[in-house]
Design a protein around this ligand. Structure first.
Ligand code: PGA
Length: 253
């Protein structure tokens, strides 16, 4: 399914933090400080086990969208510990992070798997948020563009053009994730422009509407400058999204 996503997109990746109780507590604090706004899209990616609690806490707040941080490549079967895209959809997710750098680098997720996952997410009627980004060694070897484009083209290779036009892309330089070292708005724009051109080449002018998010040590202090940068359509935030107060500030940036 393709959905129109209002930009900017503020997406919170809680990683392996905030179980059902803490997630509910977070929303009790966050919701009153963040009035519904038609001018931006807020997406929360809690741990899958907190999804039901978050959905419950978000009753009456259809402006806030939900996603999961990962799904398996297969539709169902003997894959202990995994969840499928269809299950995520049934539990209330609309988005799925695919190819996050922690999946790629800590769990060995390959480009072939990100392609299978994006296709599986599309068939379940969900929207993939495909994450791409280079390591510090790759950046120093001047390979940023090649790495990011390779990950991007591989990730969308089994998706329909229509689904590509409806997806989200997140540029997350690995050296900036959880390190406190943020790309400058200019660094982010330079890579986002390359991603945008490749998306338009792949899926036509409709790809101008694809939100391209920046991720990597985004916080309340740098959010506004990053969001003002050319081709930066939103933020994917880890560490700074786990405090309700900080997240409210970022969502109001
Ligand atoms: P960070 O994480 O904001 O803690 O750097 C971003 C991410 O991993 O999506």
């Amino acid at each position: 399914m393709t959905r129109t996503i209002q930009r900017p997109v503020l997406a919170a990746n809680w990683k392996m933090n905030l179980g059902p109780t803490q997630a509910t507590e977070f929303l009790r604090e966050f919701l009153p400080t963040h009035p519904a706004s038609a001018e931006r899209t807020v997406i929360l990616f809690p741990p899958a086990i907190s999804l039901a609690a978050v959905r419950e806490a978000l009753r009456g707040r259809p402006d806030i969208q939900l996603g999961v941080q990962n799904v398996h490549t297969e539709e169902k079967g003997a894959f202990t510990g995994e969840i499928s895209a269809a299950m995520a959809a049934e539990a209330g997710a609309a988005f799925v992070l695919v190819g996050h750098s922690e999946r790629r680098h800590l769990f060995g997720e390959t480009d072939a798997q990100t392609a299978q996952k994006c296709a599986r997410v599309e068939s379940a009627g969900l929207t993939p948020a495909l994450c791409v980004g280079e390591t510090i060694e790759q950046r120093e070897r001047d390979e940023t563009e090649a790495v990011v484009l390779h990950q991007l083209r591989a990730g969308v290779s089994a998706m329909s053009d229509e689904a590509v036009r409806g997806m989200i892309v997140a540029y997350e330089p690995v050296w900036a994730i959880g390190t406190g070292r943020t790309a400058t708005p200019e660094d982010a724009s330079a890579v986002h422009r390359v991603i945008r051109a490749a998306l338009v080449e792949l899926a036509g002018d409709g790809a101008l509407e694809i939100p391209i998010l920046y991720g990597g040590s985004a916080n309340a202090g740098n959010a506004a400058a990053l969001l003002a940068a050319d081709q930066v359509d939103g933020l994917l935030v880890g560490g700074a999204s786990m405090s309700a107060r900080t997240w409210a500030t970022i969502c109001g940036s």
